[in-house]
Write a protein that binds this ligand. Structure first.
Ligand code: PBG
Length: 332
């Protein structure tokens, strides 16, 4: 027989943490981190035309939508309590200078107008980058095999202003060029958009977890990679320096991306700034969860909730996630 009688001394000595885990109600009382629908941002992909939707193979449940369908979907999500979307354009035509990014009637500009018409209170955030708009798939102007910083920044500022003119509520530069936040702030202010916030992709790693997105946005670089501007995943101090620079340049919100591989960066940035921190649970993170769930290897609702809770617990105020729509609809 095993003796299960506790030793006499333990009662007064051991710390009984389990007291506060005894029932669901007690656990709820001491819960430290809650993720609400109003913490989430839904990324959406706009294509040209009307009445068309396209599946994205590596991102089950996510589609590219024409502005009319995208606006209807956004309005439905807003009705269900979603506060914000992040818009990406997938243009038909591309050129060397990514001119579709800053065209008045570009695909994002059309989508912004449609969404603002259908759901005026939804916060429409626009991604500012050139990679989906350039034939070579790089995030900027390329000459002699190099991405030119300042020439690119000028086009990004132009893009930001054209998004604001179309009605965008917030601008999210994702290019990782130096000085873009300052240039975008100055360009927005000069055009009268002093009240339009900037959410800077501040600590954005050169991550393999963006793979499915590049299929979704047709934005993979034709040659080379993004390592001359995105951060080495090995470098935390450099990531923090990038984020602090973006804040110095006038960013209102700083983003860490990807999210789960960067929980340490979120936590460290949290101690450096009181500005809101956003974290982007990127396409590869979504694809991993979806694939494991489809195979019956993970419980999808529970793992999704745990992943979002971990990101918030690390210090993020805002989470950009492809699960936002499913959470808003209660289908997960
Ligand atoms: C554009 C951009 C990318 C993502 C957001 N904006 C791709 C990249 O940098 O190659 C990735 C988002 C995701 O993977 O979900 N520069």
């Amino acid at each position: 027989m095993i003796n299960t009688k506790p030793p006499a001394v333990s009662a007064g000595v051991i710390r009984r943490h389990r007291r506060l885990r005894a029932t669901p109600a007690v656990r709820a009382l001491v819960c430290e981190t809650r993720v609400g629908l109003d913490d989430l941002v839904m990324p959406m992909f706009a294509i040209e035309g009307t009445g068309r939707r396209e599946d994205i193979a590596a991102m089950p449940g996510i589609q590219r939508l024409t502005p009319d369908l995208l606006a209807a979907e956004a309005a439905d999500l807003a009705d269900r309590g979603l506060c914000a979307i992040l818009l990406f354009g997938v243009p038909h035509a591309k050129d060397d200078l990514g001119s579709g990014a800053y065209a008045d009637d570009g695909v994002v500009q059309q989508a912004v107008r449609a969404v603002k018409g259908a759901a005026p209170d939804l916060v429409v955030i626009t991604d500012v980058c050139l990679c989906a708009y350039t034939t070579h798939g790089h995030c900027g102007v390329v000459r002699d095999g190099r991405i030119l910083n300042d020439e690119t920044v000028a086009l990004l500022a132009r893009t930001a202003v054209s998004h604001a003119r179309a009605g965008a509520d917030m601008i999210a530069p994702s290019d990782m060029m130096d000085g873009r936040v300052a240039a975008i702030r100055a360009a927005l202010d000069a055009d009268g958009f002093t009240e339009t916030p900037i959410m800077a992709y501040a600590a954005k790693l050169a991550s393999a977890f963006y793979g499915p997105f590049r299929e979704a946005a047709h934005s993979a670089p034709a040659t080379g990679d993004r390592k001359s501007h995105q951060l080495n995943p090995a470098n935390a101090r450099e990531a923090l320096a990038e984020a602090m620079t973006d804040l110095d340049e006038g960013a209102d919100i700083v983003m860490v991306k990807p999210a789960m591989p960067c929980l340490d960066l979120i936590a460290r940035l949290r101690t450096r700034t009181d500005a809101p921190i956003a974290a982007y649970q990127v396409s590869g993170e979504y694809a991993m969860l979806k694939a494991a769930a489809a195979n019956g290897w993970l419980d999808e609702p529970q793992t999704v909730r745990e992943s979002l809770t971990s990101i918030k617990r690390a210090g993020a105020d805002i989470i950009i996630t492809y699960y936002a729509a499913q959470i808003a609809r209660g289908t997960i």
